[in-house]
Design a protein around this ligand. Structure first.
Ligand code: SAM
Length: 302
């Protein structure tokens, strides 16, 4: 068990509640037309309208992670076997609906595993069971028990990153987390989360983009890249899409938007024994890795 549950400043219930917030924010985005998700409404009891800055932030997060996810799912060895079995392991999945979306688009991976507290996974399973989503998971779904790195203490986070690197020689690890806890905005962000009972126990161990990259490289990953969300929004999200979403709502909180986006990042780490992942990246940081000799049969995204 991670130290999270036993830490006197952490409340497991409060950490789990971040999932309700995330789901409600996603539904708010969907209702405003930022993105399409035909499933999220099954998981939100009381729809709420979020402010334009929150909607745009969630959209940016969704677009960044979706870009990397689609790159992972499309990755193949040049000119070779297109039938590589992909697996996705979603840590701290909450009520995320990506599986249903991928299934609808006909690009679901061979295996999709979600990890969260058992209270969250059980609730999700019950909501699926009592809705038309039941047919979409069929007999294949099962519940078992685990984590979002930044909510864990640094040793537990490192252990997970090390485990994933040791276990999967062909894998991409994506992460969306806070950075810069030490400036005025960062201190306020940390205080807000602490006052809600969910301190970010790992943030001081990985407070910068470089530290996020180091976290992966030190635990054996071949390559790691971290960009803040402002860089990603400005340089990696499709320009036409950005023009579309920027017309959806009146928006004048530019200073706060910049600060907020500079305090969140997406990092990805790659192990590429099979030579699959040369086209994974935010935009122009694509890279070529030298494959190591061992060739496993399956590839994994965490
Ligand atoms: N990934 C989802 C999304 O993007 O909508 C949910 C994000 S929510 C902010 C964080 C999730 O991580 C919650 O569902 C919470 O229960 C889960 N989580 C945090 N710490 C965890 C831990 N130690 N073990 C299992 N789940 C954890």
């Amino acid at each position: 068990m991670s130290k999270l549950a036993s830490d006197s400043h952490s409340s497991t219930a409060a950490v789990q509640a971040t999932n309700d917030d995330a789901s409600a924010s996603k539904l708010s985005c969907v209702n405003k037309g930022y993105m399409k998700d035909s499933y999220i409404h099954f998981f939100v009891r009381r729809p709420v309208k979020r402010s334009p800055i929150i909607n745009r932030g969630y959209y940016a997060r969704w677009a960044a992670l979706r870009k990397l996810l689609l790159q992972f799912l499309k990755s193949e060895r040049h000119g070779e076997d297109r039938n590589i079995k992909k697996q996705i392991l979603s840590l701290g999945a909450g009520f995320d609906t990506t599986y249903f979306q991928l299934q609808e688009e006909g690009i679901a991976p061979h295996l999709y595993v979600e990890l969260d507290f058992k209270e969250v996974t059980s609730k999700k399973a019950a909501l699926i069971d009592s809705s038309q989503l039941k047919d979409k998971v069929g007999q294949a779904a099962s519940i078992s028990r685990e984590c979002v790195l930044i909510y864990l203490d640094p040793d537990s986070s490192r252990a997970i990153v090390e485990w994933a690197s040791r276990t999967f020689s062909t894998a991409v690890f994506f992460l969306y987390e806070q950075i810069h806890p030490d400036d005025a905005f960062g201190e306020q962000m940390i205080r807000n989360l602490e006052s809600r009972g969910c301190p970010l126990l790992s943030i001081h161990a990985t407070p910068t983009l470089q530290a996020k990259e180091r976290l992966f490289l030190d635990q054996g990953w071949q390559k790691a890249v971290a960009w803040d969300m402002l860089q990603i929004y400005n340089n990696s999200i499709d320009t036409r899409e950005k023009r579309r979403v920027e017309r959806l709502e009146l928006f004048d909180e530019f200073e706060e938007w910049h600060m907020m986006q500079e305090h969140y990042c997406v990092a990805y780490a790659i192990n590429d024994a099979m030579g699959l992942f040369q086209y994974i990246g935010f935009s122009n940081d694509q890279h070529v890795l030298v494959p190591s000799p061992q060739l496993p049969q399956e590839s994994e995204a965490c």
